[in-house]
Design a protein around this ligand. Sequence first.
Ligand code: PBG
Length: 334
Amino acid sequence: MSSENPTTNQNLTQRPRRLRRTTALRNMVRETTLTVDDLIYPMFVMEGEDQKMEISSMPGCYRYTLDLLLKEIQQVHELGINAIALFPVIPEAKKDDVGTESYNPDGLVQKTVKAIKTAIPDIVVITDVALDPFSTHGHDGIVDENGVILNDPTVEVLVKMAVSQAEAGADMVAPSDMMDGRIGAIRRALDAAGYIHVGILAYSAKYASSYYGPFRDALDSAPKFGDKKTYQMDAANAKEALKEIELDIAEGADIVMVKPALAYLDIICQVKLATNLPVAAYNVSGEYSMIKAAAQQGWIDEKKVILETLTSMKRAGADLILTYFAKEVALMLL
Ligand code: PBG
């Protein structure tokens, strides 16, 4: 029993602490629950056999050759993860100015998707649609002689890429390029090719963020000149995110995404209020690496910080979270 003397207390009607008193009470009134169903696991595939290479700026994340990737996917599927987002590491020799390799029917992405859907048909495979892993210059679009990223010619390539990924068996395509009009163009092309069932996870509000650094190390895809500010969004803008979301929905997006997540929780929250579509958030590479680095220093409790961080994204309104922590979290939630 409490030893607090009632006579010295104020006469409070509401005492919020009553509901925080025990674990059971806290469990009863918890508003947000993170589950393995919320997680999408981004994974990196490279050419070759029987190799896995740790990404130095993303400890615990690897580039896998297809054979080892399949084993890893089998494992994460058994842990209950429903979906992976696939990113390819393309050798320099296969890159060109216009990303031709991106729609090669026998390209790395296409081969990988086919193999995954044959070996583990139930896992949802989401493929990235953008030129940066395939282009010599590292930009997400076609670049003219003045360094301008050309919108409509890029969309033509994105359409071919998306259709070839659907042909390979992708369940959803995820345009991450931020060209105008690409969701509509991809939707029309998928439908015309008979892929009405293939969904679009749109990177709708994708910011020109410095949090992508480690991912660009992973794919060796950092832009060779300039930055991505003429197509990715300005970190200072929120209304513009709502404009992008609205356009992508009108053009046929099935799921809209905000990226990055942690520094953009307000955007996730506003987007959630603005649409009835599922909202995804991308807990990006830099957000992952910051936690890993601090944990390696012994400065934070890694597991607790991971769970708190991902829970904050759900609380903000994310229905789905793309996160490199997916496997670790699935293990924690077992
Ligand atoms: C590129 C793409 C990027 C990421 C996903 N797709 C990087 C970029 O736009 O430069 C970043 C993911 C991450 O940082 O984890 N289309």
